[in-house]
Design a protein around this ligand. Structure first.
Ligand SMILES: Cc1cc2nc3c(=O)[nH]c(=O)nc-3n(C[C@H](O)[C@H](O)[C@H](O)COP(=O)(O)O)c2cc1C
Length: 304
């Protein structure tokens, strides 16, 4: 699965992934649900949720604090055509945690149980939860497993870091494996899967039903194909540079069709480059991040 990533997994980027590497499932960026039940989803989010491409399931992820508003939003996105919904129980940032949305919902398990049960009754297709291992205690997830199974969700995506941890330390897939053993729900492992070798090891060691790829796939979309054994586990240095150029050329064309204005398009391209850390492509990535114009960016991605 391609992870939901705010600022990144918009319909243009998802379309590229579907055409090039066809993830089994893709997610929207989180759709923020405001507390009022009327007009609680932005126009852009409404456009996001209608898009499905080439038969790859699109999971619409909701984030919010108010059950009534989330129910109304679930109803709206289903009317617009969404078949699969997910609730974010992991976001560690700002307003989301101060308003008891995202990862902060983990601090109120009784309210969370009621919210999940209500959403389950409203959602006709698949309903899943994406969760961190706890708010501040990495073992908290084990106390939530009965709640998740009883609420009737279809699968669980586990990112085994606490909310408080943000992105520090390593994702502890020992926790993922223990969750797999303790719950009847299918578990998707997420977190720090930056290479095919890591992904295969996480699958083997946890017994998870599947993997969700975030930053690793944004840096290298071929990670999906590498994991399936359809591409070498790692390309040569020259191959990596060519792959990055080709990926960015295609993404740029798609971003020019979706976003407006040189500045916005350039910023969106640079957001992708923030996740490129492979030393063999880093010099190119750094040059691209310094580009002052789309013409310059395009020139740097052009084949030599
Ligand atoms: C820039 C960025 C945006 C993210 N946006 C979301 C989001 O909208 N919803 C969500 O559930 N997780 C979001 N995440 C978390 C990722 O989906 C994923 O759980 C996390 O990055 C760990 O996976 P990875 O190590 O494969 O990147 C975001 C992460 C990053 C770095």
């Amino acid at each position: 699965m391609l992870a939901p990533m705010q600022g990144l997994t918009n319909r243009a980027l998802r379309g590229l992934f579907i055409e090039r590497v066809r993830p089994d499932v893709v997610f929207t960026e989180f759709v923020r649900v405001k507390a009022s039940t009327k007009k609680n989803i932005t126009e852009n989010d409404r456009r996001e949720v209608v898009s499905t491409v080439a038969g790859v399931p699109l999971v619409v992820q909701l984030i919010g604090t108010d059950t009534e508003a989330l129910l109304a939003a679930a109803g709206t996105v289903q009317e617009l055509g969404a078949a699969h919904l997910n609730i974010n129980l992991g976001c560690p940032y700002g307003r989301m945690t101060s308003q008891t949305a995202g990862g902060a919902l983990l601090r109120e398990p009784f309210a969370l149980a009621r919210m999940l049960e209500a959403l389950r009754r409203e959602i006709r297709g698949s309903f899943s939860v994406k969760v961190r291992s706890g708010f501040d205690d990495p073992a908290q997830i084990f106390s939530l497993l009965t709640l998740f199974a009883d609420s009737g969700i279809d699968f669980l995506v586990v990112h085994p870091r606490t909310v408080k941890q943000l992105y520090s330390g390593a994702a502890d897939h020992g926790i993922t494996g223990e969750v797999v053993r303790q719950t009847p729900l299918p578990v998707i492992a997420n977190g720090d899967i930056f290479s095919a070798a890591i992904g295969q090891r996480v699958l083997a060691e946890t017994g998870a039903a599947g993997l969700m790829l975030g930053r690793g796939a944004i840096a290298d979309p071929l990670l999906f194909e590498r994991l399936r054994g359809r591409c070498p586990g790692e390309s040569t240095a020259a191959g990596k540079v060519d792959e990055l150029r080709e990926y960015l050329q295609e993404l740029l064309a798609r971003y020019q069709a979706l976003f407006c204005g040189e500045h916005q398009i350039l910023c969106k391209m640079k957001e992708v480059l923030c996740h490129v850390h492979d030393p063999e492509v880093l010099p190119l990535a750094r040059q691209l991040k310094r580009s002052k114009s789309l013409a310059q960016f395009r020139e740097l991605t052009a084949d030599n």
